[in-house]
Design a protein around this ligand. Structure first.
Ligand SMILES: Cc1ncc(COP(=O)(O)O)c(C=O)c1O
Length: 448
C-alpha cells in the first residue's frame, strides 16, 4: 500500500485548461479497510493495523519537508506534554463564560486564551465576547452572522480575493453580496468599494476586511475603508465590520508598529485560525466580538444547561489547551521572533526567484511569496502547492528554513529548464496578476 501513489496519478491540465481547471481527480489511495480485531486471526489483524498506522506516520513525517504551500505551522513540541489529555473527552459546547453541569470541558483555558486575544486587540475584558471555533471559516461565519443580526437588510461587501468562506456565508445566510475588485497586490479596490457603497446607500453595509488575503497576503486598509464609509454617508450604526485575520492576525501586530487590528476602531469582530501562525495539531480558531452584540444571538439551551451563541454544537475541548500552552511557551516575544524570521525568509525567497528570472511578488510585511504556477502537476503535488490561475504561492511559515527554500528553488530551477527548454511553451505572463514590475516573462522583458 503506498500513500504516495496518489502523487503519480494526477490529471495533467493542458495550458488552455489552467483558467478553468477540471475538477480534481478522485482519490486513488484508499486501499485499506477497517481491520476488525475480533475476526478469526487476531494476530494477523493486529499486525495489519500496526502496519497501516506505522506507514501512515512515516509518510506524514517524510512529507512535512515538502509542506510549503499552505499556512499551517507544523512546528510544535507540545504533543508530548499534552498527550495524556487524549484519554479524556473534552467538549466545550455552549458559552465559554457560563457555568456547566459537567466537568469535562476546558473552558477555563478557553477564557484564558480569549482574554489574551482581547488584550492584543484592545478590548476590555467586560466588553468582549468570543469563543474558540473550529477554524477561521467558523469565525467568518460567526462574524457575518452577527452583522446580519444587527443589520437584517444589510449587504455583504467583500473583495474578490476574500476567502471562499465569505461567499459560503453569503450563500448559507441567503444574503446579498457585492464582490469588490482588487488592486494588483490583492488589496480591496477602494474606488470600486466606494462606488458600490454609494449605489446601495439605502441598505446597511456589512464589510469583510481582509487582514491578509489567502492567495497574496494583502492587507486591506481598514482606516481608509472607515473613511470611505463616512464619506459615503454611512454612520456608525449603518455598518458592521468583520476582520478576517486568519493568518496575519498573529503576524501584523508583531511586525507593524501601527495598531491595525484594534477594537478602539469601530469594528465588530475579528477572527483568526489557531492552527495557522501559532500552530495546533487540530484545526481551531479564535473569534472575538463586542459583548453587547451577542445578546440577540444567545439562546438559553436547557439540554446543555448553558446559553449558546456559537455556530456548532460540540466544540473541541483540546484545542483551547493546545492554544493556551503555545501562547504560554511562545509569548509575544516568540511570536514576534517567528514573524520577523518568516518575513525575512520570504524576502529571501522572492529575491532568489527574481534572480533566477522567475516572476514573483511579496507584499510588505507578508510571508506569502506568489510566483508563476509550475508547469507540472506532479511538481505541484510534490511540494503541496496551492495554485490559482497562473499563480502558485509558498507560505513561509515558522519552520520553513532557508535550507527548505533552497531545496525547493533548486528543484524548481531544474524542472523549469525541462518545461521550457524547447521553447514551444513559455512561462506564463503574470503582469495582470502580480504587476508588470514583478513579472519577468519574456513579453514583459521585451516591453520594460
Ligand atoms: C484569509 C482566510 N480566511 C479564512 C480562512 C479559513 O480558515 P480555516 O481554514 O481555518 O477555516 C483562510 C484559510 O486559508 C484564509 O486564508
Amino acid at each position: 500500500m503506498g500513500f504516495e501513489r496518489e502523487f503519480d496519478i494526477m490529471v495533467v491540465p493542458t495550458k488552455g485548461e489552467i483558467n478553468a481547471p477540471p475538477p480534481p481527480p478522485p482519490r486513488k489511495n484508499l486501499s485499506f479497510s477497517v481491520v476488525e480485531l475480533n475476526d478469526k486471526d487476531i494476530k494477523t489483524s493486529s499486525q495489519e493495523l500496526e502496519r497501516i498506522l506505522t506507514q501512515y506516520l512515516e509518510t506524514l513525517s517524510h512529507r512535512t519537508e515538502y509542506h510549503i504551500g499552505y499556512p499551517v505551522n507544523i512546528c510544535y513540541e507540545h504533543h508530548t506534554v499534552l498527550a495524556p489529555l487524549l484519554q479524556f473527552h473534552l467538549n466545550n459546547c455552549g458559552d465559554p463564560f457560563t457555568q456547566n453541569t459537567v466537568d469535562f470541558h476546558s473552558k477555563d483555558f478557553e477564557v484564558a486564551v480569549l482574554d489574551w486575544f482581547a488584550q492584543l486587540w484592545e478590548i476590555e475584558k467586560d466588553e468582549y465576547w468570543g469563543y474558540i471555533t473550529n477554524g477561521g471559516t467558523e469565525g467568518n461565519l460567526h462574524g457575518l452572522l452577527i452583522g446580519r443580526e444587527l443589520h437584517p437588510t444589510g449587504i455583504i461587501y467583500a473583495s474578490k480575493d476574500s476567502h471562499y468562506s465569505i461567499f459560503k456565508a453569503a450563500k448559507m445566510y441567503r444574503m446579498e453580496i457585492e464582490t469588490i475588485n482588487t488592486l494588483v497586490n490583492g488589496e480591496i479596490d477602494y474606488a470600486d468599494l466606494r462606488s458600490k457603497l454609494l449605489l446601495n446607500k439605502n441598505k446597511p453595509a456589512i464589510i469583510n476586511v481582509n487582514i491578509g488575503t489567502t492567495i497574496k497576503g494583502a492587507i486591506d486598509d481598514l482606516d481608509l475603508i472607515l473613511q470611505i464609509l463616512q464619506k459615503c454617508g454611512y454612520s456608525n450604526d449603518r455598518y458592521y465590520i468583520h476582520c478576517d485575520a486568519a493568518l496575519y492576525g498573529l503576524i501584523i501586530p508583531f511586525i507593524q508598529h501601527a495598531k491595525i487590528i484594534t477594537f478602539k476602531k469601530p469594528i465588530g469582530s475579528v477572527s483568526i485560525s489557531g492552527h495557522k501562525f501559532l500552530g495546533c495539531p487540530m484545526p481551531c480558531g479564535i473569534q472575538i466580538t463586542r459583548k453587547r452584540y451577542i445578546t440577540s444571538l444567545s439562546t438559553k439551551i436547557e439540554y446543555i444547561a448553558s446559553v449558546d451563541a456559537t455556530i456548532s454544537g460540540s466544540r473541541n475541548g483540546l484545542a483551547p489547551i493546545f492554544l493556551w500552552y503555545s501562547l504560554c511557551m511562545k509569548g509575544r516575544a516568540g511570536l514576534q521572533e517567528d514573524a520577523k524570521i518568516c518575513n525575512e525568509n520570504a524576502r529571501y525567497l522572492k529575491s532568489r526567484l527574481h534572480k533566477a528570472g522567475i516572476s514573483a511578488m511579496l507584499n510588505e510585511s507578508s510571508i506569502i511569496v506568489v510566483f508563476e504556477r509550475p508547469n507540472d502537476p506532479k511538481f505541484i503535488r510534490h511540494w503541496q502547492l496551492s495554485c490559482t490561475r497562473d499563480m502558485a504561492h509558498v507560505v513561509v511559515m515558522p519552520g520553513i528554513t532557508r535550507e527548505t527554500t533552497d531545496s525547493f528553488l533548486k528543484d524548481l530551477m531544474l524542472e523549469r529548464e525541462k518545461w521550457y527548454q524547447i521553447g514551444t511553451t513559455l512561462p506564463p505572463c503574470l503582469a495582470d496578476d502580480i504587476g508588470s514590475q514583478n513579472c519577468l516573462c519574456s513579453y514583459q522583458k521585451m516591453h520594460h
